[in-house]
Design a protein around this ligand. Structure first.
Ligand code: G3H
Ligand code: 13P
Ligand code: ZN
Length: 330
């Protein structure tokens, strides 16, 4: 058993309390490799933002779970070397079983998500409660989920949103003992969150997706005042990256994300954790495609992964400063 405390990591409890009170959200950025981790840490140190490093099952399979854990441990030292100590959480994203959560807790994660959102309600409660009872023995925080996001959640594909039912949240939170709750109010995973038909055009001809269901968020906040709320699927799909990708041999049609003003508004409420993965994938891919298209003879990975890392850092700094409001809160 390795405790996250020995690794210099923190759980999310204090961070969420301060974020809810302060009207901002902590960024939860996914990582699968070294360049993503370097960009996340250097951006959050540069903007003095707390950060949640997220690892999915897919990331564990891709990069090896042991390596990822040591990388997160290294991230704490790296932040110190960069000259400013920021609180760093190592979080399991979309845990789908008790065993996976237990394994992560025993290998140094400070926070886990148990995603029972696709299960029948009582089964979601039973599974989430079991994870909470185990995690809390080690002071590890737990995120549960109620409601189903449309799109792809790991291997689970849902056609339509099932918005979180406000009448269920008090029962769910009190019976499971979770520390935070992910809800479904219109966000979804991936780079194709809306079809153009679902959007309207503004005066500049830009597609504007339907707004998030802030009415549901408000109802939830009334039922569990001040309780930490999490938004998944919160990439904005920056169109400048889509353009660069498409101009350099890529083919991303109709990729549409959550407008930043919607996320800014959410961050001011009890939403205290905002999950962003796809935007990082787009930034990296745009930079790599651009370098390789301009310099076809280049074959040193540092020459394209280096610029990708720089672009990612810019993106993450922008998120903490202009979108989530977490800059300066570390
Ligand atoms: O919500 C899912 C995250 O974006 C992680 O994606 O399962 O492909 O690693 P992944
Ligand atoms: P995006 O696909 O919108 O980046 O969402 C990521 C996420 O929710 C990770 O859990
Ligand atoms: Zn998610």
């Amino acid at each position: 058993m390795v405790s996250y405390k020995e690794l210099g990591l923190v759980n999310s409890k204090d961070l969420f309390r301060k974020a809810v009170d302060g009207g901002y959200a902590i960024p939860a950025f996914n990582f699968n490799n070294m360049e993503q981790l370097q960009a996340i840490v250097s951006a959050c140190v540069a903007t003095k933002s707390p950060v949640i490093l997220q690892v999915s099952s897919g990331a564990r399979n891709y990069a090896n779970q042991t390596l990822l854990r040591y990388m997160a441990q290294g991230a704490v030292q790296y932040a110190k070397e960069l000259g400013y100590e920021i609180p760093i959480v190592l979080h399991l994203d979309h845990g789908d079983s008790f065993e996976l959560c237990k394994d992560c807790i025993e290998s140094g994660f400070s926070s886990v998500m148990i995603d029972g959102s696709h299960l029948p309600y009582e089964e979601n409660i039973a599974l989430t409660k079991k994870v909470v009872e185990y995690a809390h023995q080690y002071d590890v925080t737990v995120e549960g989920e109620l409601g189903v996001l449309a799109g792809i959640e790991d291997e689970v594909q849902a056609e339509h949103h099932t918005y979180t039912e406000p009448d269920e949240v008090v029962d769910f939170v009190s019976r499971t003992g979770v520390d935070s709750l992910a809800i479904s109010i219109g966000t979804s995973h991936g780079a194709f969150k809306f079809t153009p038909e679902q959007c309207t055009r503004n005066e500049e001809g830009v597609l504007v997706p339907p707004p998030l269901r802030f009415d549901i968020l408000e109802e939830i906040e009334k039922r569990i005042p001040g309780f930490p709320i999490v938004l998944h699927g919160s990439s904005s799909v920056p169109q400048q990256y889509v353009k660069i990708i498409n101009e350099n041999g890529g083919k991303l049609n109709d990729s549409i994300g959550i407008p930043e003003d919607q996320l800014r508004k959410a961050a001011k409420s009890a939403v205290c954790k905002i999950n962003i993965d796809s935007d990082g994938r787009l930034a990296m891919t745009a930079a790599v495609r651009e370098v390789l298209a301009k310099k076809p003879a280049e074959f040193d990975p540092r020459k394209y992964l280096g610029p990708a890392r720089e672009e990612l850092k810019k993106l993450y700094m922008h998120k903490t400063e202009e979108v989530l409001g977490s800059a300066g809160k570390a």
